[in-house]
Design a protein around this ligand. Structure first.
Ligand SMILES: Cc1cc2nc3c(=O)[nH]c(=O)nc-3n(C[C@H](O)[C@H](O)[C@H](O)COP(=O)(O)O)c2cc1C
Length: 401
Protein backbone atom coordinates (compact mmCIF):
# COMPACT_ATOMS: atom_id res chain seq x y z
CA UNK A 1 0.00 0.00 0.00
CA UNK A 2 1.31 3.47 -0.76
CA UNK A 3 1.77 5.86 2.13
CA UNK A 4 -0.96 8.19 0.84
CA UNK A 5 -3.50 5.44 1.47
CA UNK A 6 -2.17 4.55 4.91
CA UNK A 7 -3.99 5.49 8.12
CA UNK A 8 -2.62 7.97 10.64
CA UNK A 9 -3.38 8.26 14.30
CA UNK A 10 -4.18 11.80 15.40
CA UNK A 11 -4.78 12.15 19.12
CA UNK A 12 -7.17 9.35 19.99
CA UNK A 13 -8.62 9.15 16.46
CA UNK A 14 -7.47 7.64 13.19
CA UNK A 15 -7.58 9.27 9.78
CA UNK A 16 -8.10 6.48 7.23
CA UNK A 17 -5.69 8.02 4.73
CA UNK A 18 -3.36 11.00 4.37
CA UNK A 19 -5.44 13.34 2.20
CA UNK A 20 -7.17 16.28 3.86
CA UNK A 21 -9.99 18.25 2.27
CA UNK A 22 -8.96 21.72 3.33
CA UNK A 23 -11.64 24.10 4.60
CA UNK A 24 -13.23 25.86 1.59
CA UNK A 25 -15.88 28.44 2.39
CA UNK A 26 -18.61 28.61 -0.19
CA UNK A 27 -20.93 31.29 1.18
CA UNK A 28 -24.11 29.28 0.65
CA UNK A 29 -25.67 29.19 4.11
CA UNK A 30 -29.21 30.45 4.75
CA UNK A 31 -29.97 33.80 6.37
CA UNK A 32 -29.09 32.68 9.88
CA UNK A 33 -26.01 30.64 9.00
CA UNK A 34 -27.54 27.16 8.65
CA UNK A 35 -26.20 24.85 5.96
CA UNK A 36 -28.54 25.08 2.94
CA UNK A 37 -29.38 22.31 0.48
CA UNK A 38 -26.36 23.46 -1.57
CA UNK A 39 -24.15 23.05 1.48
CA UNK A 40 -25.58 19.61 2.20
CA UNK A 41 -24.95 18.52 -1.39
CA UNK A 42 -21.35 19.71 -1.29
CA UNK A 43 -20.51 17.94 1.93
CA UNK A 44 -22.32 14.70 1.08
CA UNK A 45 -20.18 14.59 -2.08
CA UNK A 46 -17.00 15.33 -0.14
CA UNK A 47 -17.82 12.54 2.30
CA UNK A 48 -18.31 10.19 -0.63
CA UNK A 49 -14.91 11.37 -1.89
CA UNK A 50 -13.30 9.65 1.08
CA UNK A 51 -10.53 12.00 2.23
CA UNK A 52 -8.92 11.00 5.53
CA UNK A 53 -10.00 14.30 7.07
CA UNK A 54 -12.67 16.71 5.93
CA UNK A 55 -12.32 20.15 7.48
CA UNK A 56 -15.69 21.86 7.22
CA UNK A 57 -15.16 25.45 6.05
CA UNK A 58 -14.78 28.53 8.28
CA UNK A 59 -17.81 28.62 10.57
CA UNK A 60 -18.26 32.01 12.12
CA UNK A 61 -18.64 32.06 15.89
CA UNK A 62 -20.63 35.31 15.58
CA UNK A 63 -23.01 36.72 12.98
CA UNK A 64 -22.22 40.23 14.22
CA UNK A 65 -18.82 40.36 12.50
CA UNK A 66 -18.30 37.95 9.63
CA UNK A 67 -16.46 37.79 6.34
CA UNK A 68 -19.21 36.35 4.14
CA UNK A 69 -22.76 37.44 3.85
CA UNK A 70 -23.96 33.83 3.76
CA UNK A 71 -21.27 32.31 5.93
CA UNK A 72 -22.00 29.16 7.88
CA UNK A 73 -22.41 29.89 11.56
CA UNK A 74 -21.90 27.86 14.69
CA UNK A 75 -24.24 28.75 17.52
CA UNK A 76 -27.28 27.41 19.36
CA UNK A 77 -29.55 28.23 16.38
CA UNK A 78 -27.51 26.38 13.76
CA UNK A 79 -26.59 23.41 15.98
CA UNK A 80 -29.49 21.13 14.91
CA UNK A 81 -28.73 21.63 11.19
CA UNK A 82 -25.00 21.11 11.75
CA UNK A 83 -25.87 17.87 13.52
CA UNK A 84 -27.92 16.77 10.52
CA UNK A 85 -25.08 17.73 8.18
CA UNK A 86 -22.68 15.45 10.05
CA UNK A 87 -25.21 12.61 10.12
CA UNK A 88 -25.76 12.85 6.39
CA UNK A 89 -22.03 12.98 5.69
CA UNK A 90 -21.47 9.90 7.85
CA UNK A 91 -24.42 8.24 6.15
CA UNK A 92 -22.47 8.56 2.90
CA UNK A 93 -19.19 7.43 4.42
CA UNK A 94 -18.43 6.84 8.08
CA UNK A 95 -14.63 6.78 7.72
CA UNK A 96 -13.36 10.37 7.30
CA UNK A 97 -12.67 12.43 10.39
CA UNK A 98 -14.82 15.53 10.22
CA UNK A 99 -13.54 18.72 11.84
CA UNK A 100 -15.19 22.13 12.05
CA UNK A 101 -13.00 25.16 11.38
CA UNK A 102 -14.12 27.89 13.80
CA UNK A 103 -13.32 31.52 13.14
CA UNK A 104 -13.86 35.18 13.86
CA UNK A 105 -13.29 37.38 10.79
CA UNK A 106 -11.70 40.32 12.66
CA UNK A 107 -10.54 42.99 10.22
CA UNK A 108 -11.82 40.93 7.28
CA UNK A 109 -15.42 41.35 8.49
CA UNK A 110 -17.66 42.66 5.72
CA UNK A 111 -18.64 46.23 6.59
CA UNK A 112 -21.64 46.13 4.19
CA UNK A 113 -23.49 43.52 6.18
CA UNK A 114 -21.70 43.25 9.54
CA UNK A 115 -19.67 45.20 12.05
CA UNK A 116 -16.10 45.89 11.00
CA UNK A 117 -13.66 45.33 13.85
CA UNK A 118 -9.90 45.13 14.24
CA UNK A 119 -7.32 44.21 16.82
CA UNK A 120 -5.26 47.32 16.03
CA UNK A 121 -5.91 50.64 14.21
CA UNK A 122 -5.89 50.50 10.39
CA UNK A 123 -4.63 53.66 8.68
CA UNK A 124 -7.37 55.30 6.60
CA UNK A 125 -10.05 52.79 7.57
CA UNK A 126 -13.04 53.30 9.84
CA UNK A 127 -13.18 50.41 12.24
CA UNK A 128 -13.97 49.47 15.81
CA UNK A 129 -10.87 48.51 17.79
CA UNK A 130 -11.75 45.57 20.00
CA UNK A 131 -11.29 46.23 23.71
CA UNK A 132 -9.57 43.76 25.99
CA UNK A 133 -12.96 42.80 27.43
CA UNK A 134 -14.36 42.20 23.95
CA UNK A 135 -11.40 39.95 23.14
CA UNK A 136 -12.06 37.97 26.31
CA UNK A 137 -15.68 37.63 25.24
CA UNK A 138 -14.62 36.42 21.79
CA UNK A 139 -12.40 33.85 23.49
CA UNK A 140 -15.44 32.66 25.50
CA UNK A 141 -17.44 32.46 22.28
CA UNK A 142 -14.79 30.21 20.73
CA UNK A 143 -15.11 27.97 23.79
CA UNK A 144 -18.87 27.82 23.30
CA UNK A 145 -18.53 27.12 19.59
CA UNK A 146 -16.12 24.23 20.30
CA UNK A 147 -18.62 22.78 22.77
CA UNK A 148 -21.39 22.95 20.15
CA UNK A 149 -19.09 21.25 17.63
CA UNK A 150 -18.56 18.46 20.13
CA UNK A 151 -22.24 18.17 21.07
CA UNK A 152 -23.39 17.90 17.44
CA UNK A 153 -20.87 15.12 16.79
CA UNK A 154 -17.85 16.64 15.02
CA UNK A 155 -14.56 14.79 15.51
CA UNK A 156 -12.87 18.02 16.50
CA UNK A 157 -12.28 21.67 15.69
CA UNK A 158 -9.73 23.67 13.76
CA UNK A 159 -9.09 26.97 15.56
CA UNK A 160 -8.42 29.37 12.65
CA UNK A 161 -5.26 31.47 12.95
CA UNK A 162 -4.57 31.81 9.24
CA UNK A 163 -5.27 34.03 6.24
CA UNK A 164 -5.65 37.38 7.95
CA UNK A 165 -8.70 36.72 10.13
CA UNK A 166 -8.78 37.63 13.81
CA UNK A 167 -6.50 34.86 15.08
CA UNK A 168 -3.84 35.73 12.50
CA UNK A 169 -4.22 39.47 13.04
CA UNK A 170 -3.36 39.02 16.71
CA UNK A 171 -0.10 37.25 15.97
CA UNK A 172 1.46 39.92 13.75
CA UNK A 173 4.38 42.07 14.91
CA UNK A 174 2.37 45.06 13.61
CA UNK A 175 -0.13 44.36 16.40
CA UNK A 176 1.50 46.84 18.78
CA UNK A 177 -1.49 47.22 21.13
CA UNK A 178 -0.42 48.41 24.52
CA UNK A 179 -2.47 45.92 26.55
CA UNK A 180 -1.94 42.22 27.24
CA UNK A 181 -2.84 41.25 23.63
CA UNK A 182 -0.22 43.28 21.75
CA UNK A 183 3.46 44.15 21.51
CA UNK A 184 5.66 41.30 22.71
CA UNK A 185 5.44 37.84 21.13
CA UNK A 186 4.15 36.55 24.45
CA UNK A 187 1.32 39.09 24.36
CA UNK A 188 0.52 38.43 20.70
CA UNK A 189 0.21 34.67 21.33
CA UNK A 190 -1.80 35.19 24.51
CA UNK A 191 -5.17 35.17 22.76
CA UNK A 192 -4.36 31.82 21.19
CA UNK A 193 -3.18 30.30 24.48
CA UNK A 194 -5.99 31.64 26.63
CA UNK A 195 -8.63 30.71 24.07
CA UNK A 196 -7.22 27.20 23.63
CA UNK A 197 -7.44 26.81 27.41
CA UNK A 198 -11.11 27.87 27.24
CA UNK A 199 -11.75 25.46 24.36
CA UNK A 200 -10.10 22.65 26.30
CA UNK A 201 -12.14 23.46 29.37
CA UNK A 202 -15.45 23.47 27.50
CA UNK A 203 -14.88 20.71 24.95
CA UNK A 204 -11.57 19.00 25.71
CA UNK A 205 -11.44 15.22 25.79
CA UNK A 206 -9.08 12.74 24.24
CA UNK A 207 -11.77 11.79 21.72
CA UNK A 208 -12.29 15.35 20.47
CA UNK A 209 -9.48 16.69 18.32
CA UNK A 210 -8.20 20.23 18.75
CA UNK A 211 -6.14 21.69 15.95
CA UNK A 212 -5.10 24.99 14.44
CA UNK A 213 -4.31 26.38 11.02
CA UNK A 214 -1.99 29.34 10.66
CA UNK A 215 -0.13 31.36 8.02
CA UNK A 216 3.62 30.93 8.44
CA UNK A 217 4.44 34.00 6.36
CA UNK A 218 1.88 36.58 5.30
CA UNK A 219 3.95 38.66 2.87
CA UNK A 220 2.92 42.06 4.26
CA UNK A 221 4.89 44.61 6.26
CA UNK A 222 4.70 43.70 9.93
CA UNK A 223 2.84 40.49 9.04
CA UNK A 224 3.37 37.20 10.79
CA UNK A 225 6.66 35.58 9.81
CA UNK A 226 8.53 38.90 9.80
CA UNK A 227 10.81 40.13 12.59
CA UNK A 228 9.11 43.45 13.39
CA UNK A 229 6.24 45.89 12.74
CA UNK A 230 8.14 47.64 9.91
CA UNK A 231 9.75 44.52 8.40
CA UNK A 232 8.64 42.41 5.47
CA UNK A 233 11.50 39.95 4.86
CA UNK A 234 10.59 36.41 5.88
CA UNK A 235 11.92 35.33 9.26
CA UNK A 236 10.70 32.03 10.65
CA UNK A 237 11.78 32.62 14.28
CA UNK A 238 8.25 33.41 15.48
CA UNK A 239 6.45 30.76 13.41
CA UNK A 240 8.86 28.12 14.74
CA UNK A 241 8.21 29.29 18.28
CA UNK A 242 4.46 29.43 17.63
CA UNK A 243 4.16 25.75 16.68
CA UNK A 244 5.99 24.82 19.87
CA UNK A 245 3.52 26.99 21.81
CA UNK A 246 0.60 25.36 19.97
CA UNK A 247 1.83 21.90 20.84
CA UNK A 248 2.30 22.87 24.46
CA UNK A 249 -1.22 24.34 24.48
CA UNK A 250 -2.50 20.88 23.57
CA UNK A 251 -3.25 20.82 19.84
CA UNK A 252 -3.51 17.38 18.23
CA UNK A 253 -2.35 18.60 14.80
CA UNK A 254 -1.21 21.77 13.03
CA UNK A 255 -2.27 22.79 9.53
CA UNK A 256 0.48 24.90 7.96
CA UNK A 257 -0.66 27.52 5.46
CA UNK A 258 0.66 30.90 4.36
CA UNK A 259 -0.44 34.25 3.01
CA UNK A 260 -3.65 36.29 3.16
CA UNK A 261 -6.06 35.52 0.28
CA UNK A 262 -7.43 39.08 0.21
CA UNK A 263 -3.95 40.66 -0.01
CA UNK A 264 -1.29 38.11 -0.99
CA UNK A 265 -3.27 35.39 -2.81
CA UNK A 266 -0.31 33.98 -4.73
CA UNK A 267 1.31 32.99 -1.45
CA UNK A 268 -1.82 31.13 -0.31
CA UNK A 269 -2.66 29.49 -3.62
CA UNK A 270 0.11 28.65 -6.09
CA UNK A 271 -0.80 29.25 -9.77
CA UNK A 272 1.02 29.47 -13.09
CA UNK A 273 2.06 33.02 -12.12
CA UNK A 274 4.48 31.53 -9.60
CA UNK A 275 4.47 27.72 -9.78
CA UNK A 276 7.46 27.45 -7.43
CA UNK A 277 5.11 28.62 -4.68
CA UNK A 278 4.38 24.93 -4.11
CA UNK A 279 8.01 24.38 -3.06
CA UNK A 280 7.75 27.20 -0.54
CA UNK A 281 4.74 25.48 1.02
CA UNK A 282 6.71 22.22 1.25
CA UNK A 283 9.59 24.04 2.93
CA UNK A 284 7.34 25.76 5.45
CA UNK A 285 5.66 22.48 6.42
CA UNK A 286 9.06 20.80 6.78
CA UNK A 287 10.45 23.58 8.96
CA UNK A 288 7.42 23.46 11.28
CA UNK A 289 7.41 19.67 11.45
CA UNK A 290 10.96 19.63 12.80
CA UNK A 291 9.75 21.54 15.87
CA UNK A 292 6.89 19.35 17.05
CA UNK A 293 5.67 15.78 17.45
CA UNK A 294 2.01 16.37 16.52
CA UNK A 295 1.02 15.67 12.89
CA UNK A 296 1.52 18.44 10.35
CA UNK A 297 -0.83 19.07 7.43
CA UNK A 298 0.83 20.63 4.38
CA UNK A 299 -1.02 23.06 2.09
CA UNK A 300 -0.86 24.26 -1.51
CA UNK A 301 -0.99 20.89 -3.34
CA UNK A 302 -3.75 21.62 -5.86
CA UNK A 303 -1.57 23.25 -8.51
CA UNK A 304 0.50 20.06 -9.00
CA UNK A 305 -2.37 18.20 -10.68
CA UNK A 306 -1.34 15.16 -12.75
CA UNK A 307 1.94 16.88 -13.55
CA UNK A 308 0.41 19.21 -16.16
CA UNK A 309 1.74 22.36 -14.56
CA UNK A 310 4.41 24.98 -15.27
CA UNK A 311 7.02 23.78 -12.80
CA UNK A 312 10.46 23.79 -14.43
CA UNK A 313 11.01 20.11 -13.79
CA UNK A 314 12.17 18.26 -16.91
CA UNK A 315 10.79 14.87 -15.82
CA UNK A 316 6.97 15.14 -15.96
CA UNK A 317 6.75 12.14 -13.61
CA UNK A 318 8.39 14.23 -10.92
CA UNK A 319 5.97 17.08 -10.72
CA UNK A 320 2.53 15.62 -10.09
CA UNK A 321 0.40 15.64 -6.95
CA UNK A 322 0.92 11.92 -6.55
CA UNK A 323 4.69 12.18 -6.84
CA UNK A 324 5.04 15.01 -4.35
CA UNK A 325 2.42 13.75 -1.90
CA UNK A 326 4.12 10.35 -1.68
CA UNK A 327 7.61 11.85 -1.53
CA UNK A 328 6.78 14.41 1.16
CA UNK A 329 4.94 11.87 3.31
CA UNK A 330 7.72 9.30 2.95
CA UNK A 331 10.44 11.81 3.75
CA UNK A 332 8.60 13.21 6.75
CA UNK A 333 8.15 16.70 5.28
CA UNK A 334 4.55 16.52 6.52
CA UNK A 335 2.12 13.86 7.79
CA UNK A 336 -0.94 14.73 5.72
CA UNK A 337 -1.42 16.61 2.46
CA UNK A 338 -4.21 19.14 2.06
CA UNK A 339 -6.13 19.93 -1.08
CA UNK A 340 -8.24 23.06 -1.36
CA UNK A 341 -9.33 24.14 -4.84
CA UNK A 342 -9.03 20.58 -6.14
CA UNK A 343 -11.78 19.49 -3.75
CA UNK A 344 -14.14 22.00 -5.36
CA UNK A 345 -13.19 20.91 -8.87
CA UNK A 346 -13.65 17.24 -8.00
CA UNK A 347 -14.97 16.24 -4.58
CA UNK A 348 -14.26 12.59 -5.44
CA UNK A 349 -10.54 13.34 -5.95
CA UNK A 350 -9.28 11.20 -3.04
CA UNK A 351 -11.26 8.14 -4.03
CA UNK A 352 -10.14 8.37 -7.66
CA UNK A 353 -6.48 8.91 -6.73
CA UNK A 354 -6.38 6.09 -4.18
CA UNK A 355 -8.07 3.72 -6.61
CA UNK A 356 -5.49 4.53 -9.30
CA UNK A 357 -8.05 6.38 -11.42
CA UNK A 358 -6.07 9.61 -11.80
CA UNK A 359 -7.14 9.83 -15.46
CA UNK A 360 -10.75 10.27 -14.31
CA UNK A 361 -10.04 13.26 -12.04
CA UNK A 362 -11.51 16.62 -13.00
CA UNK A 363 -8.30 18.50 -12.37
CA UNK A 364 -8.44 22.06 -11.04
CA UNK A 365 -6.93 24.43 -13.58
CA UNK A 366 -6.11 27.03 -10.89
CA UNK A 367 -8.01 29.70 -12.85
CA UNK A 368 -9.09 31.59 -9.74
CA UNK A 369 -12.82 31.59 -10.65
CA UNK A 370 -13.85 30.15 -7.28
CA UNK A 371 -12.05 33.04 -5.58
CA UNK A 372 -13.76 35.56 -7.88
CA UNK A 373 -17.12 34.20 -6.74
CA UNK A 374 -16.09 34.32 -3.08
CA UNK A 375 -14.70 37.87 -3.31
CA UNK A 376 -18.00 39.01 -4.82
CA UNK A 377 -20.07 37.41 -2.07
CA UNK A 378 -21.62 34.95 -4.53
CA UNK A 379 -22.19 31.29 -3.81
CA UNK A 380 -18.99 29.38 -4.51
CA UNK A 381 -18.35 26.29 -6.57
CA UNK A 382 -16.25 25.33 -9.57
CA UNK A 383 -17.33 27.15 -12.76
CA UNK A 384 -15.11 24.89 -14.88
CA UNK A 385 -16.90 21.64 -14.05
CA UNK A 386 -20.35 22.88 -13.05
CA UNK A 387 -22.79 24.60 -15.39
CA UNK A 388 -24.66 26.38 -12.59
CA UNK A 389 -21.50 27.99 -11.20
CA UNK A 390 -20.36 28.85 -14.72
CA UNK A 391 -23.62 30.76 -15.14
CA UNK A 392 -23.20 32.41 -11.76
CA UNK A 393 -19.66 33.50 -12.63
CA UNK A 394 -20.91 35.11 -15.86
CA UNK A 395 -23.54 37.04 -13.91
CA UNK A 396 -20.92 38.23 -11.41
CA UNK A 397 -18.58 39.31 -14.22
CA UNK A 398 -21.43 41.16 -15.98
CA UNK A 399 -22.23 43.13 -12.84
CA UNK A 400 -18.55 43.99 -12.33
CA UNK A 401 -17.97 45.01 -15.98
C1 LIG B 1 -12.99 29.61 -2.53
C2 LIG B 1 -12.00 29.38 -1.41
C3 LIG B 1 -12.46 29.27 -0.11
C4 LIG B 1 -11.55 29.04 0.93
N1 LIG B 1 -12.01 28.91 2.22
C5 LIG B 1 -11.14 28.66 3.24
C6 LIG B 1 -11.61 28.47 4.57
O1 LIG B 1 -12.81 28.49 4.86
N2 LIG B 1 -10.67 28.27 5.53
C7 LIG B 1 -9.33 28.20 5.27
O2 LIG B 1 -8.53 28.01 6.18
N3 LIG B 1 -8.88 28.33 4.00
C8 LIG B 1 -9.74 28.54 2.99
N4 LIG B 1 -9.28 28.64 1.70
C9 LIG B 1 -7.86 28.34 1.41
C10 LIG B 1 -7.72 26.86 1.04
O3 LIG B 1 -8.10 26.03 2.12
C11 LIG B 1 -6.28 26.49 0.62
O4 LIG B 1 -5.40 26.82 1.65
C12 LIG B 1 -5.84 27.21 -0.65
O5 LIG B 1 -6.82 27.09 -1.67
C13 LIG B 1 -4.50 26.64 -1.16
O6 LIG B 1 -4.58 25.26 -1.31
P1 LIG B 1 -4.79 24.59 -2.76
O7 LIG B 1 -3.57 24.94 -3.55
O8 LIG B 1 -4.88 23.12 -2.47
O9 LIG B 1 -6.03 25.14 -3.34
C14 LIG B 1 -10.16 28.90 0.65
C15 LIG B 1 -9.72 29.03 -0.67
C16 LIG B 1 -10.61 29.27 -1.70
C17 LIG B 1 -10.09 29.37 -3.11
Amino acid sequence: MNILASPLQIGAKTAPNRIVNQPMECNDADDVGNPSELTFNRYRKLAEGGAGIIVVEALTITRESRARKNQLGIDEKTAPTLERLLKEMRGMNSKPLILFQITHAGQLSGADFSRHVSVYPLPGKQTHILSEEEMDQIGDDFGRAALIAKQVGADGIDFKQCHGYLGGEMLRPVNTRKDRFGGSFENRTRFFCETMAKIKKSAGSSAFLLGARFSVYEGITGGFGTPGPAEVIEDLSEPLALVRIMEKAGVDYINVSAGIPAITPEIVRPTKNYPEGVYRHFGWAQAMKKQVRVPIIGSGYTYLRDGKNDLKEPDPGKKSFLYWAEKNLKEGICDLVGIGRQSLADPLFTRKILEGRSAEVNYCIACGSCSVLLRNQAKVGCPIYSESYKKLLKEVQKIRA
